[in-house]
Design a protein around this ligand. Structure first.
Ligand code: MRU
Length: 371
């Protein structure tokens, strides 16, 4: 998507050197910083410390991480090194299933390469397949989701459609376009009037710092709101629909997304407001059914809750300040699970379905065997 007037993706490979470039998202919205990753260890750090974050792009970055690992392989005992690289990457973040999915796909493909050269070639080809699929899925999610926005717009006789979103399932969370944002970008491009309520998304503020930034760069009307505002807006008819992303969806349609999503879904249900989840099928964990019981929820450093990062306008420096009493403990659960019963529909690359086993398998019948 656009940054200034230039098109960027969140990650790209250097044309001349064995290096990846990523947008280091820790610096947004105040600074636009591009970082170089040279090794699988760099990739693991970038994912763990959230230089890149969001289910799609961490999968893509991990896939390219396996390519960097292949480039560094010795001539002998290559498999040991590949397994260690895979373990290193998979240990970085537990909730988004795209990460393990991308790494396992690389391992499976790499089994076919018998020489170092062949493994490098396979790893690159697989990483490129994964990024291209991510782009393709997001574009398709955009066009399926746009139909929902258009329908609401028609019912409102063209008055702005108010969409609430939580966290960042925007282009920064994928290679490009995003999932929750793709329908928004496409509908806006096709002339629909719309406005986005952006939950700030404590503690890391992905909404306030990332979603607001990317919507602003694309010229989409938006308003940042404290996380607890959504229910009030819904009670007063100020939200027409909710669209969020997901880090892992079970085959029964339970959805893990950024902490706080569940409360939005409850408020939406209480106010009869459609609550959609947009996702590529790479975010579906076909092996599990019960989201609350089975999805591992990442717990991050309490420091992210106790301190807040922002721009000090007096000297234009980004600073971190303590917002709790010095000795207070804090808990930092990264995600929660929204049960399928609260989800109006899943917007996937193959269309929109009910959040249920029947709904999901009607779009992905070939996955039936993996139950
Ligand atoms: O912790 P993050 O920023 O990696 O969390 C991921 C998210 O941004 C979301 O939960 C998102 O809504 C779905 S994945 C793009």
């Amino acid at each position: 998507m656009l940054v200034g007037k230039k098109h960027f993706r969140t990650i790209w490979r250097d044309k001349d050197r064995p290096v990846l470039h990523i947008i280091d998202q820790r610096h947004l919205p105040h600074n636009f910083v591009i970082e170089e990753l040279h090794s699988v260890a760099d990739v693991a750090t970038a994912i763990k410390d959230m230089h890149v974050r969001g289910a799609g792009v961490i999968g893509v970055t991990a896939a390219y991480g396996m390519y960097l690992a292949a480039l560094a392989l010795p001539e002998k005992d290559m498999d040991d090194d590949l397994f260690s690289a895979a373990d290193l990457l998979k240990a970085t973040r537990p909730t988004a299933v795209n990460l393990a999915w991308a790494v396992d796909r690389q391992l499976e493909a790499l089994r076919k390469g018998k020489s170092r050269e062949k493994k490098i070639e396979i790893a690159l080809q697989t990483a490129e397949e994964i990024i291209n699929e991510d782009l393709d899925c997001c574009r398709k999610i955009g066009s399926h989701g746009m139909a929902i926005i258009d329908e609401i717009s028609r019912k409102k006789n063209g008055a702005p459609v108010n969409i609430l979103t939580h966290c960042n399932a925007g282009w920064l969370g994928f290679a490009d376009y995003g999932t929750a944002t793709a329908p928004i970008y496409l509908a806006a491009e096709n002339g629909a009037a719309l406005h986005v309520w952006v939950d700030e998304t404590r503690p890391r503020n992905q909404g306030a710092s990332l979603t607001a930034w990317e919507l602003g760069e694309q010229g989409i009307s938006h308003t940042v709101i404290p996380d607890n505002t959504g229910g009030h807006l819904m009670q007063h008819g100020m939200v027409d629909m909710v669209i969020v992303g997901t880090d892992r969806t079970t085959r029964r349609g339970d959805v893990a997304n950024k902490i706080g999503t569940y409360l939005k879904a409850l408020a939406a249900r209480d106010n009869n407001i459609p609550f959609y989840v947009a996702l590529p099928s790479s975010s579906i964990d076909w092996n599990i059914g019960d989201g609350v019981g089975e999805i591992p929820i990442e717990e991050r450093d309490a420091r992210e809750v106790r301190y807040i990062i922002g721009l000090d306008e007096s000297d234009q420096k980004v600073k971190e300040v303590l917002i709790t009493p010095k000795d207070s403990k804090a808990a930092n659960y990264g995600f929660d699970v929204t049960p399928a019963r609260l989800v109006t529909g899943l917007i996937t690359e193959r269309g929109i379905c009910e959040a249920s086993e029947e709904g999901i398998f009607s779009l992905f019948p070939e996955k039936h065997d993996q139950k």
